[in-house]
Every structure is written in C-alpha cells, then in structure tokens.
Design a protein around this ligand. Sequence first.
Ligand SMILES: [Cu+2]
Length: 422
Amino acid sequence: MAWDPAARQHGRGTGDQLRWDRAGCGYYNFNKRTVFDFFRDVADNGWEAAISDRLEWSRMRMDPTDIADVTGYTYTFLVNGKPPKANWTALFKKGERVRLRFINGSAMTYFDVRIPGLKMTVVQADGQDVQPVAVDELRVAVAETYDVIVEPEGDRAYTLFAEAMDRSGYARGTLAPRAGLSAPVPERRPRPLLTMADMGMAHAPMSGPQPAGMAGMDHDGQTEAMHGMAHGAMDADNANDMTAMMHGPDDHGPSTDMIAMMPKNRLNEPGIGLENSGRRVLVYTDLRSAEPGYDLREPDREIELHLTGNMQRFIWSFDGKKSSEAKSIRLRYGERVRFTFVNDTMMNHPLHLHGVFSELDNGAGAYKPRKHVINVKPAERLSFEVTADALGEWAFHCHLLYHMEAGMFRKFVVAKDIAASS
Ligand SMILES: [Cu+2]
C-alpha cells in the first residue's frame, strides 16, 4: 500500500510560484510572530533579551518562523490524491499486520507522520531493509520513503496523520476495519521556532544578548572580521564539543548570506518541532542496515560540499556557486569516496545523489543505512560514503523543487577516465 502525501497547488504554475516566492521570504509566512508574541517574550525573558533576539533575527533578514518556503496557505496536502476531507481509507482485517509505505511525493514539504494509538515499526528506509525500530512518529523529508509495520486492533478506525513540518497544514487518511469509519484528527501543534543552534551556534542560547555578527551573517560585507570574532567567542562548552567544528575560512562569496560558524553532527536529533515531544521519534542514528555493506573499504578521498544560500535573493547553491557556474563532480569508476556536507543555511535540505547508494555515516559501522535521500538539518555537518559503481552522468541536487531550480544542483559523473570525461 502506498501512501503519497503529494501536494497540489491552487491554480498557479511552477514558474509563477517561483517568481512569487522571490517577492520575499516572508511573503507567505503568515505564521510571523506578532506584537503579542513580543510582549509575551518580554514577560518571559525581560526587555533586553526580547529586543536583542528581535534585532538578531531582523539582521539576518529572516524570521524564526521561516521553517518552510511554501506553506499550507498555498498547498492542499493530499494522501494518494485525496484532500483531508475526502479521507483516503485503507481497510484492515482483524488481527492483520499491515505494511504501510510512506512516500513523500511533495515538492517542498516535510511531513511528520504518526498514527495515534499505534506503534509503527520501521523496517525499510528508501527501499532498503533496516533493522526494525519501533517509533511513535517519523519525519519524512521530501522524496524519502519509509516502510512501517502496524498492528491495528479492535473494531475501530485510526487516523494517518501527516503534519507539515511548519504546522501550516496536514495530509490525513484512515486505517479502518470497514469503509466509512473515521477517528479524531489530532490538533495541529504550535509552529516551531528556529533556534540559535539552527544558525550554527552549537550551544548559544536562543535569547539573551548576542554580539553582533556572532551568527556569521554577512552584515555589510564584514564576514572576515566576524570569522575572527567567532573564534574569540568560542566558549569552553563549545571547545569541548567534539561533534562541533569551526567553519573554514571560505565565506562562499556574495550569493551566500550566512555561514554556520559551528556546524555539528545532528543525526541523533529528531528535528525542529519534534524535540521534547514525549513521543519516540525516528532519528537517523536509529537506522541500521539489515545486511552489512558490500564494500567495506575505507574511502580513497573526501569531497566536502557546503550547502549555501541567500534568502533575500532566493539563491540556493553548493559552495556559493549555482549549477550554471559550477563544474561537475567527477568520480573514478570503482573508487570509494566520502562526501561531507556542511549546511550553511537555516533550512533543512533533502539531498539526492543519483545512481549510487549514499551510506550514511551514523555510527552503525558495517551496517550503515543505504539511502537515496539524506536530509541535512540547519547548521549540520554530516558524512556518507559512496562506491562509484554506476558509470554515467547523474544528477545531484536538493530535492526541494525550488531550491533545485534556483541552483542547488550539480552534475555528477562516474567515468573510467575522469580526465577524459566531459
Ligand atoms: Cu534545499
């Protein structure tokens, strides 16, 4: 059974949407914080902290509610082509174990999937068997797939609930013993807020005074000075955190409006809005391949790529270069390569390297999960390994459609003779 929370737009073509998006990052962000939120922050944290926090966000030309580029205001979210009211339903027989395949077929939306009242046992990720892990909820990035096994009981219906990551809408279906039944649809949760950790400050508190430029934003072209400052600002806590690394000297040029000063491994985090939920949420460190990898060689070399962007101009890129300005990535047939991604933006990016498996370096040793799409969280640094066993030209891109269109795309070539290939 396939469940495909695809998204449908109201009457606008893709090109038009992209243009509207470019009108400003806040254009569709109706979740913006209000003056009432501001006074609540003042009551909670005091004037100085609240004002300092606002200034920091406005300097970045962003808002802490910028979780998604396109929201539920524009989209109606669907399960197998059906909007929430039409309630797509799958029938089960009493005592049956049911395998559900969640495919995020949307263009721009991450979904948080749960079935209130049922544990889900994840058995496959991106079509590859994994060691079973029981969870209450899982985040499915764009183009990821997960298979879960559920054991519905009794003469009752269960709601399949797929809430958009920014909480602006949801897709919904039902699992029931017969047609026409339905279960309550959960309340949507409050919208999550980005934190200073999402800006690459590994342990910086969300509120409280921040020295100007701490986040590594390019304010009036002073990026180099801020690199120096951030070194000085590194506290003992950060210095002891072995998963956090200082960003290198490259600021990726003018098409980049931020770098993460302290990118870190976030594979054991459930992601924004799912922290402290009280539910068991799938994390990338849970994923262990059912079988050991077939190529256990150490990589011959490492390729590091930074995920970069400029929110205001809606430019998305790798290493500050749009696809039109960049050379292809070349791998020699048969070689083993480690890729390392550093996300210098405050958004999640689901990255897809075509043609080969991406074996996620999540501490599982020989049992690294083999993925097609790897989600990289804001300010995250992660690695995966690849065996270049598929000759030809392939695509490598962010799976958020508008990010790919805007330039977060590279050609990737596997050839017997790298020098001779085009
Ligand atoms: Cu992206």
